[in-house]
Design a protein around this ligand. Structure first.
Ligand SMILES: [Zn+2]
Ligand SMILES: [Zn+2]
Length: 133
């Protein structure tokens, strides 16, 4: 059986990564850091195991911060256009969290859970998405 491959790329297209197989978990996060990072009301991310990465190209910069749980988070972004294409985190063992918007695919599997719903704007409703925290 041939498993699906999907490419995620920044807005300008120079930083890209191709992943094989389905994501392990797709989620939304409404924490204020994700809102600031995305410039929107939520981050929409998909966790893939490191082994799913079949290709990566382009220049990448990384920025590390302390997450709300106390562990580190590291954003991998394009130095030209600034798009965060993926993140790694202390809490993610041998896995990366890819920005779903970078797949440019509205048919991408939807989020199954939303985090930091206490920070979610009251006008936003995600159909069929459970509040995880
Ligand atoms: Zn770019
Ligand atoms: Zn967040």
């Amino acid at each position: 059986m041939v498993s699906v491959e999907r490419a995620a790329a920044c807005v300008c297209g120079q930083l890209r990564t191709t992943l094989r197989g389905e994501p392990r978990r797709v989620y939304a996060c409404h924490c204020l850091e994700c809102q600031a990072t995305t410039g929107s009301a939520m981050a929409h991310r998909a966790i893939f195991p490191d082994a799913a990465v079949v290709e990566r190209s382009g220049e990448v910069r990384r920025w590390r911060r302390t997450g709300s749980s106390g562990g580190w988070l590291e954003q991998a972004f394009c130095p030209t256009c600034g798009t965060v294409v993926w993140m790694t985190a202390q809490a993610l063992t041998a896995a990366i969290s890819v920005s779903v918007g970078c797949f440019r695919d509205p048919a991408f599997p939807p989020p199954v859970a939303a985090h930091w719903t206490v920070r979610r704007p009251p006008w936003l409703r995600l159909a069929g998405v459970a509040d995880a925290s």
